[in-house]
Design a protein around this ligand. Structure first.
Ligand code: LAC
Ligand code: ZN
Length: 469
């Protein structure tokens, strides 16, 4: 799909067709800027029109129109994505799922929920918690992101370390294909060995293969007790070393997050959290959360954890027992991404390696800082080996930044690959990471993926320009 500007006549025709389908109030044609950006850097590609369907049939109608007029169609959730997946880079139509925001059913007998894609993730979580149930995936943006975007990007978040990422919670999807036909990819069952697994193919495909219009997700009973604490380390490397030791000792925390000192300091500058404990010597913290059926279980895990941590030169642990204290810690952790970005022009990488190699990954980041003269702020889901590396422009000139950044990133990803890792743990490839795909995949593998795209979307109208270089 090449970038094509629609003629005035084409615009009028399309506008007429869309308003016939949806009515005038659900076709936006002025001030479309806010739909041209997501949470990725400062990129913005305003679309021609934004359409706001409410039903699967309307989505199918929109897709058919885009196919008829050969216009790019980019589906968008809340626009909290970090790899540019929702950017309409070739213009055309943005399909916003914000009016498809119904929880269709909570099945408390089978522990399942059926939702439309525009449900806010936290709204879903709180709705099931009223029934004593739990939907664990919790991206930092959970207060605003949509479940549809979580599915499209295979979002993760802190609890993935114990409970898995979005893909691990999906039983069935309803998908509108590029032809306008509708399929269900799975079934409302926990086991399914029936043909190719299109459910998992759709998840993380960033709206390039079809449009998810409904999802059946599994639920579990809500863990009864939680405890969170911050562990201070004199060295960031030692904090990373402790991570794999915790799992080897048979402890599976419900969250195990790493934050380097800069990440915390930048966040405390913008979020007022008076009592947040950060001793002067601490170069990094691990935020560890345990959950379980009762406090005795947590005490037992806590004792074992204490013994592991003793070996890693950490001498202060701040325990958050009360819900209010836990919320305060998590408020800071969840705000890091935004806080770090507001500090400088930046480029974010979502590196992931087998967790034992986390110290090596961190060391590579440190050596690249020296080699290229930038500062990188690191934080993320250490228990998953998933480190968010925010490379800051700081005092680099534009020329230095533009020349050095791609080189530095390439070297970082080459190391990630050498360690057995990959480009993205949870943010996706989208628009801004696709030029690095060749580091991970040989050409014949990329061709296979291009073939899949072509099979699903022969006209290349669904979110064109994404994922594949
Ligand atoms: C986080 C987002 C940026 O971990 O993934 O806060
Ligand atoms: Zn994250």
């Amino acid at each position: 799909m090449a970038k094509t500007a629609l003629s005035i006549e084409q615009q009028e025709t399309l506008f007429r067709e869309f308003t016939n389908l949806l009515g005038e109030t659900r076709v936006i044609h002025t001030e479309t800027e806010e739909y041209g950006a997501d949470a990725t850097e400062d990129l913005c590609f305003p679309p021609q029109f934004v359409v706001l369907p409410e039903t699967t049939a309307e989505v199918a109608g929109i897709v058919k129109l885009c196919s008829k007029y050969n216009v790019p169609l980019t589906t968008r959730g809340a626009g909290t994505g970090l790899s540019g997946g929702a950017l309409p880079v070739f213009g055309g139509i943005v399909l916003s799922t914000r009016r498809m925001n119904q929880i269709l059913n909570i099945d408390t007998d089978n522990l399942q929920i059926k939702v439309q894609p525009g449900v806010i993730t936290q709204v879903l979580q709180e709705a099931v918690e009223e029934h004593g149930l739990y939907y664990a995936p919790d991206p930092s943006s959970r207060g605003s992101c949509f479940i549809g975007g979580n599915l499209a990007e295979n979002a993760g978040g802190p609890r993935a370390v114990k409970y898995g990422v979005t893909k691990d919670w999906v039983l069935d999807l309803e998908v509108v294909l590029a032809s306008g036909e509708i399929i269900r990819t799975g079934a409302s069952v926990l086991k399914n060995a029936t043909g190719y697994n299109l459910t998992q193919l759709m998840i993380g495909s960033e709206g390039t293969l079809g449009i998810i219009t409904e999802a059946v997700l599994k639920l579990i009973p809500k863990p009864a007790c939680k405890r969170a604490f911050l562990v201070n380390f004199k060295s960031a490397e030692q904090a990373c070393e402790a991570v794999s030791a915790i799992f080897r000792a048979g402890i599976t925390p419900s969250a195990l997050e790493f934050m380097d000192r800069d990440a915390i300091v930048y966040t405390l500058q913008v979020k007022n959290e008076q009592n947040y404990p950060l001793p002067d010597y601490a170069q990094a913290q691990l935020l560890i959360e345990l959950d379980g059926a009762n406090t005795a279980e947590l005490d037992e895990q806590m004792d074992r954890l204490g013994m592991v941590l003793e070996q890693f030169n950490c001498d202060e642990i701040s325990v958050a027992e009360s819900k209010a204290e836990q919320d305060a810690i998590w408020r800071i952790r969840r705000a890091i991404g935004e806080a770090v970005k507001s500090h400088s022009i930046y480029k974010e990488e979502d590196t992931v390696v087998p967790r034992y190699y986390l110290p090596q990954l961190l060391n590579k980041v440190k050596s690249l800082e020296i080699e290229y003269g930038f500062n990188a702020v690191c934080y993320g889901h250490a228990g998953d080996g998933n480190l968010h590396v925010n490379i800051m422009k700081g005092n680099l000139s534009d020329t230095e930044w533009n020349e050095r950044l791609p080189q530095g990133i390439r070297k970082l990803f080459e190391e990630v690959k050498r360690l057995g890792g990959t480009l993205s743990g949870e943010h996706g490839i989208g628009w801004v990471q696709k030029s690095y795909m060749d580091i991970i995949f040989p050409e014949h593998h990329l061709e296979l993926m291009r073939g899949i795209k072509k099979l699903f979307d022969p006209q290349d109208i669904l979110n064109p320009g994404k994922i594949l270089p």
